[in-house]
Ligand binder design. Structure first.
Ligand code: ATP
Ligand code: MG
Length: 582
């Protein structure tokens, strides 16, 4: 395994420090190993199975080779035929379905927990909803007035004598959140190879089909509110809810799409009479977006069942309404006029569907970054998940045999229907997966993870910009510490918010992780034979928190060194303990 000179030098200081801390038998752990001999290349068939030479990129998504918009339209239509029902905890599924099926055939139903038990019910026909609404009452609450808004968020009431539980326990519930990081580390430590760890993390973290349905349903419920003003509008999910990189529990980014009503595509006759709507003018497109969001935000706040903590953040670069949707447990961001972000979501969906290794690597890197507070759920000077994803895509374009094509190449493959220009920016790229040629790269997930850390552990961030349109680094146009060119708005830096300290932390962790993956102590499973105690190894070891993170950061000089040495020291101690126990 290749180890870059500067990376070796950087790690040498960490190694020296660890030696100091760990004399005796464990000091042998730090001898450089012949990684080619000791690492288990090809232990998993995950990557190699996927890629065969000289064929088109293999599609690897639940939706096969359907384009982003085909999937969107299908799921939006399904959501329009669905309702969300709060149920008593011990609802008998059979009786529940038989009660509802009086309104029509039911296509799909699943239960989940979020401040109570909920069921998502999808009817086969939209007409069933009319019948359902007719048989649903507005609650009468003593001494309180209710807003008689007939939404598709309902409650199942049982005034008896029907026994809805039928002596049964609660219906099986679909998980809507990920497992705790400690449980994840334990589960991964039991895997037999790093490739399997990466695959298993992806399996555990990715959005389930049910969770995606719920996301589309929440958008559809919101659309019912917005439709009071714009009956033909659509509310679409974008970002990680639909781009293939969403983790259970991620926020729900929504886009109020008014294009269908704007009449942009309507052809006016060249001669003769025609009608047009009288409309109110706004000072700018931004001002118009702000007033639309302000009014809809107000409506969501006043009348939206289950919508709480509504905040109108209208002065942001991209104005939005933020709120929590309690029945689903989603943190929601509603934006309007955000078509470029929709395009980015489509691009990421395409990249993620080209090769299964793309999503696996993104999930692992995102999880690793979150475990070390490189990313955060609150906005700040940190690297965002979106930036990290673009960094992984760029890395995969930069392989000797590229795994991903450049955005410019995807543009060359575009057909006439793919043409898209948004606010003067050319956002054209191919949407048909089958037109994209496959490269013969057979690197394993383990190799890719290792190389990712080495790549960014030595990347010339001070001079170079990351550019997935060209698929190669470019000179930085401005001096932000981290420069990632926005794929569709070239003048913008996706990671403009990131400060020098955060970038340094990222680079230091990349170096430390690259080094750890080269050490036998970390890159092969440790199974205590007597106790079946699985000490963290491989990806699991990389997710272990660093001591510095818990203790807080003190001096600038210390900050650079402590994370590597202290964390490695802690990990080696835990290995030693598990050896002693076994
Ligand atoms: P997650 O919510 O899981 O952290 P995400 O991809 O949804 O990941 P968000 O921050 O919620 O990230 O942003 C939603 C979408 O908005 C992104 O997927 C991307 O398309 C767009 N976006 C976010 N930040 C930027 C940015 N700095 N520059 C350009 N587009 C951005
Ligand atoms: Mg998001």
């Amino acid at each position: 395994m290749r180890f870059h000179g500067s990376l070796s030098a950087a790690m040498a200081s960490s190694i020296a420090m660890c030696r100091l801390h760990l004399r005796g038998s464990l000091s042998k752990c730090f001898k450089k190993v012949d990684s080619c001999f000791q690492r288990k290349f090809g232990t998993s068939t995950a990557a190699t199975k996927t890629d065969a030479p000289n064929k088109k990129y293999k599609i690897d998504s639940k939706d096969g080779n359907k384009s982003f918009y085909t999937v969107q339209e299908e799921k939006i239509e399904q959501a329009e035929r669905s309702v969300l029902i709060s149920c008593p905890a011990k609802t008998n599924e059979k009786k529940f379905l038989s009660y509802l099926s009086r309104h029509g055939d039911i296509n799909k139903c699943f239960f989940y927990e979020s401040y109570g038990t909920y069921a998502v019910v999808e009817f086969s026909n939209k007409e069933s909803l009319t019948s359902l609404h007719e048989g649903t009452a507005i609650p009468s609450i003593n001494h309180e007035a209710t807003v008689p808004f007939k939404s598709r968020l309902l409650s199942l009431r049982n005034a008896g004598p029907v026994d809805m539980s039928n002596g049964q326990s609660a219906p099986p519930c679909q998980p809507q959140t990920t497992i705790h990081i400690n449980d994840l580390i334990q589960r991964l430590s039991k895997e037999a190879s790093i490739d399997q760890q990466i695959s298993s993390l992806t399996e555990m973290y990715q959005l389930t089909e049910e969770n995606v349905c719920l996301r589309f349903l929440v958008c559809s419920l919101l659309k019912d509110i917005a439709a009071a003003y714009f009956p033909e509008c659509t509310i679409r999910p974008f970002g990680s809810s639909v781009n293939g990189f969403g983790k259970l529990g991620c926020d729900l980014d929504m886009f109020l799409d008014l294009d269908g009503i704007s009449g942009r595509d309507l052809k006016r006759p060249k001669a003769g009479l025609s009608l047009e709507y009288q409309t109110k003018r706004s000072a700018s497109e931004r001002a118009g977006t702000q007033s639309i969001l302000s009014v809809i935000g107000e409506c969501v706040d006043q009348f939206g069942p289950g919508c709480v903590g509504v905040q109108k953040i209208l002065q942001a670069r991209c104005p939005l309404v933020r709120f929590a949707h309690q029945p689903s447990g989603f943190q929601c961001d509603l934006t309007a006029n955000n078509r470029v972000a929709m395009k980015s979501s489509e691009l990421l969906y395409l990249y993620g569907g080209l090769d299964r290794r793309v999503r696996c690597l993104v999930f692992s890197v995102r999880c690793w970054a979150r475990a070390h507070s490189i990313t955060s759920s609150i906005p700040g000077a940190w690297i965002s998940n979106f930036s990290l994803t673009v960094m992984v895509l760029f890395f995969l374009q930069r392989r000797t045999i590229p795994i991903l094509p450049t955005l410019d190449h995807l543009k060359e493959l575009a057909g006439p229907l793919d043409k898209s220009v948004i606010e003067g920016n050319d956002c054209t790229f191919v949407s048909d997966f089958t037109k994209i040629g496959l490269q013969d790269n057979t690197e394993t997930l383990e190799q890719l993870l290792q190389e990712f850390f080495e790549f960014y552990g030595t990347f010339a961030f001070n001079r170079m910009s990351i550019n997935i349109r060209k698929g190669r680094e470019q000179n930085k146009p401005e001096m932000s510490p981290l420069h990632i060119q926005n794929p569709f708005e070239p003048a913008l830096n996706v990671s403009k918010n990131v400060n020098g300290t955060q970038l340094e932390r990222f680079v230091a962790l990349c170096r430390e992780s690259a080094w750890m993956l080269q050490q036998r102590e970390f890159n092969v499973p440790h199974v205590g034979s007597a106790t079946r105690n699985h000490a963290p190894w491989g990806l699991a070891a990389l997710l272990m928190p660093s001591v510095s993170q818990v203790a807080g950061v003190k001096g600038r000089k210390k900050r650079k060194r402590e994370p590597a040495s202290e964390r490695i020291k802690g990990l080696l101690e835990s290995l030693k303990n598990s050896e002693v126990k076994s």
